[in-house]
Design a binder for this molecule. Sequence first.
Ligand code: GLA
Length: 358
Amino acid sequence: MSDRLKEKAANLFAARFGSAPQGVSFAPGRVNLIGEHVDYNDGLVLPMPVREGTAAAWSKGDVDRFEVVAADFGQEDRFPLAPEKPGTIDWRSYVRGMIVSCGLARSGLRMVITGDLSRGSGLSSSASLCIAVGRALADAVGADPGPADLAKAAQRTEHEWAGVACGIMDQMAVAAGQAGHAMLLDCRDLSFEQREVPQDWAVAVTESGVSRGLVDGEYNTRRRQCEAAAAALGIGSLRDASVHQVEASALDGVTRQRALHVVAEIARTRAAAAALAARDLAAFGEILRAGHASLRDLFEVSVPAVDTVVDELQQAIGPMGGARMTGGGFGGAVVAVFEAGRMADLERASGRTFLRVH
Ligand code: GLA
């Protein structure tokens, strides 16, 4: 998948600029298996990379400026080595933002970007774009930043250039993800372990059809509510809270609900990582079901159309696996984990199309 996309980017580059690119970088998207809305609470998450992603073909230009083509939009952006924010938030914000955040621009670059992740699906197309651009910038100057540095630059871009106060999960999952593995990431210190997903498990994603909006949505509000909960409990982050502490606190109804989700979701992530290691698909599925209910009822980031897809899939899958919304919420994708070999049968039963992750 990534090879085909890189080849496409190289061909588009040659067609636009008249010569082959000096390099082509790639970064995947990600799907989160469990650990939702806990990354900005210093929590634990379990994402894995998808096969689709973003490719950026590049060559050093002969002028001190950037010429960047977003092939999928038929748009082009030209700007100096130290770019300013564009008037609206769009793909140019991410590209320019990465160039500033990485601090790796030494000379002008020509770049052609193309991707095969659908935007607004909750599979981190923006983190994928940022990391692909970051890798191209690094390759162009012979630098080798580690995944955490690239991820932090991408997170700064999201915060400062796109106005989304996101956590670090997406960027780390994209920068350090390993195919066929889920990554147990500790968002407090960015340490991680790659956990192999068993060959007899299938991981698939289906789109709810409701496009999600992080900025328009209530993502930033949820983050503020979690910070308020931690402050009221007298701790630095909800990572350090226990269910008992939240229940015994004087937090108001909504803030308490948010905190209860976070504390229980971090515990679910640990339990899911253990179920993965034990190859216990039934236990893993039960954790997915509990995670969805909590996002729907306590954290209130699901929407009825997504709940319907999740319910239908959970029924079709039965006890050996499960399904839940994935990503920030308010629409987007649903992730399902089930026995390998059931993909066609589940597609038929649900009338839905799956994107195979594993
Ligand atoms: C979005 C954000 C992430 C994370 C998830 C929810 O994807 O970018 O940082 O908070 O939502 O788990």
